[in-house]
Design a protein around this ligand. Structure first.
Ligand code: PLP
Length: 398
């Protein structure tokens, strides 16, 4: 009998976390690595949020809370959805979990059975296919092309839908491309979802990180029927520079939320009490720090996109949101370095790390091999130096 379950054996570690670990190990050896690997803001958590956590500690708010989150936080989440997307939810339609990743995991466990097909547009966030598969579902990958700004069209979607389609995952703005669906895009997707009766899992974790006046729309707000078929996955990590605090949340039909609550009650129990209090402050308190972070990201985005597009043979879509760029480097895949062929995004990422001392994540991990993902949630100084290094390294390929 094998020690490990088939489930465990089928999993590999998250590639983004693995690359960051390698870059950190090199830095620990004194090698000056510029890292574009991290999927987290480089800013500190805003002071008012930290103060709320300290107050919670001082007041002894350090015990178990209700499994699915304290009412105060659920109410702050309800108000957030009302204010931002004109969506009305009851407390029984909200669940707070230990990060957006945990929210998605619970959801997958709650709604997918063997044989259920889940449409995942590629490029996708690395954790969707494994979490769907762990729950027994079958990921159905649909390519969203660079030409169409990495968004699937209604024709792409219609072709992928079968009687077994249980859900579609939409991540707007997207990790890894930064692409975002307009209201019009979502209306045509909603029409198909409602008529074919499948769920849409809307991962809105980058909602607040948008540029050039882009108007974020939640697909749940398209119609009452669509709201009944939507489960929103969200969290405080990216908007409020709170990645380590581990608070995510889900909004959706009561039946699903209740099943997720049961799963959470038999696994992790409640998310950290102190982090919940901090998240109340994040969502209900002053929002000016968010604006400051987004303007810094916007400036970096403009610079990095411009530099990448000026590099011979590289094309880079200008993202509408999030803090990633996803440039196409495939014109270099036929080239070699010191007689060794660079044949795909993994080889190129290894080359950048070894030769240029720049860490980025190969596109293949997001289901799109022509590309590399760079996070620009790092200082302008590092971005400038990183771009210089990449530009110089590319000249060494022939
Ligand atoms: N969804 C997307 C698209 C993400 O990029 C991430 C984090 O990288 C998450 C969800 C989960 O975030 P967390 O678990 O830190 O709240």
């Amino acid at each position: 009998m094998s020690v490990l379950s088939d489930r465990a054996k089928s999993l590999k570690p998250s590639p983004t976390l693995a690359i960051n670990a390698k870059a950190k190990a090199m830095q620990a050896q004194g090698i000056q690595v510029i890292s574009f690997g991290a999927g987290e803001p480089d800013f500190d958590t805003p002071e008012n949020i930290k103060q709320a956590a300290k107050k919670a500690l001082d007041q002894g708010f350090t015990k178990y809370t209700p499994v699915g989150g304290i009412d105060e936080l659920k109410d702050a989440i309800i108000n957030k959805f009302k204010g931002d997307s004109h969506l009305t939810y009851k407390r029984s339609e909200i669940l707070v979990s230990c990060g957006g990743k945990h929210s998605f995991y619970n959801l997958a466990q709650a709604i997918f059975d063997h044989g259920d097909e889940v449409i995942i547009p590629a490029p996708y966030w690395v954790s969707y296919p494994p979490m769907v598969a762990l729950a027994g579902g079958t990921p159905v990958i649909v390519e969203a092309t660079e030409k169409n700004e990495f968004k699937i069209t209604s024709d792409d979607l219609k072709k992928a839908v079968t009687p077994k389609t249980k859900a579609l995952i939409i991540n707007s703005p997207s990790n890894p491309t930064g692409s975002a669906y307009s209201k019009k895009d979502l209306e045509s997707i909603a029409e198909i979802a409602v008529s074919k009766s499948f769920f849409v899992i809307s991962d809105e974790i980058y909602e607040k990180i948008v540029y050039d006046g882009f108007q974020f729309t939640s697909i749940a707000s398209i119609s009452e029927e669509m709201k009944k078929k939507t489960i929103i996955v969200h969290g405080v990590a990216k908007t409020y520079a709170m990645t380590g605090w581990r608070i995510g949340y889900t909004a959706g039909p009561e039946e699903i939320i209740s099943a997720m609550n049961n799963i959470q009650s038999q696994s992790t129990s409640n998310p950290t009490s102190i982090s919940q209090k901090a998240s109340v402050e994040a969502l209900a308190g002053p929002q000016d720090e968010v604006g400051k972070m987004v303007s810094a990201f916007a400036q970096r985005r403009n610079y990095i996109v411009d530099r990448l597009n000026k590099m011979p043979g590289v094309s880079c879509y200008k993202p509408a949101g999030a803090f990633y760029v996803f440039p196409n480097f495939s014109s270099y895949y036929a080239k070699s370095y010191q007689g060794k062929k660079i044949e795909n995004s993994t080889r190129l990422a290894d080359f950048f790390l070894d030769v240029a001392r720049v860490a980025l994540v190969p596109g293949v991990e997001f289901g799109a091999d022509p590309f590399e993902r760079l996070s620009y949630a790092t200082s302008m100084e590092d971005i400038r130096e990183g771009m210089n290094r990449i530009e110089e390294a590319l000249k060494k390929l022939n």
